[in-house]
Design a protein around this ligand. Structure first.
Ligand code: NAP
Length: 281
């Protein structure tokens, strides 16, 4: 294997030491940081995600509430629940696990979260702050990717970064964060012509698509940094990313594994945003 591994579990452990210290300091000062996680319905994957988030809070001294609501909850009832959490002084961060049942407008729900408690960074105020270079919560997944890039010391200024995917929660904020660090950013999506011609020019590739083998070895410049955000299942039902890891690791300079790469960093940055919210409250 030519590429070095970017270990999201090890980096998370390091960052969580700092998070736990800050949580303990806040608790001593009578302001224990608190996160509320709202889960609507019985989506299997969502149940695993929220359980992991609550567990990470418990392990790092952050107070947490797991607010489980039935899939039949009405939009107005959910909005009322968020209003109550907005007003709750023990809660510094509110997260609504997506996707929501189709009878609920998820945009309306996200916009109901107080921007000061929007630790997922999905509110329009947070997105606008990111776009304009103002202070706001950064979405956890791209924020975690930036921490990984800084940790390995890869130069960002002037680097060509190709982001595959343009969702509001990963691709677009990822591109904005890279741009803030003076990378030259290309954003690709399903209508992009000749993806490989673009990724082959990249010093950094971030794949955030949700499809296996979107990035193969022939699409990667030797020595490039490859970050795999994707979460898919292979034919054996095992978790895998968007990148053909076996092939690409022979060409890239650095690569993230799936699992054990971006996933743990996402939760770590959620904890970090919750601490920042409590420190600023
Ligand atoms: P999404 O909203 O479905 O967006 C996927 C993006 O990929 C879209 O912009 C789409 O383009 C683009 N795309 C689809 N097929 C493509 C192709 N063949 N070539 C180039 N681009 C293509 O997904 P998401 O929410 O951003 O998530 C992406 C992946 O990351 C998923 O696997 C998700 O599970 C994973 N994820 C992981 C974490 C983590 O913590 N590890 C966190 C969040 C998400 P169009 O816009 O043109 O449709």
């Amino acid at each position: 294997m030519a590429a070095r591994l970017i270990d999201g579990i090890a980096l998370s452990k390091l960052l969580r030491l700092n998070i736990a210290e800050r949580a303990a300091r806040l608790t001593v000062a009578g302001k224990q940081p608190g996160l509320a996680v709202i889960l609507v319905g019985e989506n299997q994957a969502s149940q695993v995600y929220v359980r992991n988030k609550v567990k990470a809070c418990e392990e790092n001294g952050i107070y947490s509430i797991l607010d489980r609501q039935p899939a039949s909850i009405s939009e107005s009832e959910l909005l009322e629940r968020i209003a109550a959490l907005n007003a709750d002084p023990r809660i510094h961060g509110i997260l609504v696990q997506l996707p929501l049942p189709t009878h609920i407008d998820s945009h309306k729900v996200i916009e109901a979260i107080a921007p000061a408690k929007d630790v997922d960074g999905f509110h329009m105020i947070s997105a606008g702050a990111l776009m304009t270079g103002n202070h706001g919560f950064k979405p956890c997944t791209p924020y975690g990717v930036m921490k990984m890039l800084v940790h390995i010391g890869t130069p960002l200024r002037g680097a060509h970064a190709v982001v595959i995917g343009r969702s509001n929660i990963v691709g677009k904020p990822m591109a904005m964060l890279l741009l803030q660090e003076s990378a030259t950013v290309t954003i690709c999506h399903s209508a992009t012509r000749d993806l490989g011609a673009l990724t082959r020019q990249a010093d950094i590739v971030v794949a955030a698509v949700g499809k296996r083998n979107v990035l193969t070895a022939d699409m990667v410049k030797p020595g490039a940094v490859v970050i795999d955000v994707g979460m898919n299942r292979n034919d054996e039902g095992k978790l895998c990313g968007d990148v053909d890891f076996e092939g690409v690791k022979e060409v890239a300079g650095w690569i993230t594994p799936v699992p054990g790469g971006v996933g743990p960093m996402t939760i770590t940055m959620l904890l970090m945003n919750t601490i920042k919210s409590a420190e600023g409250a």
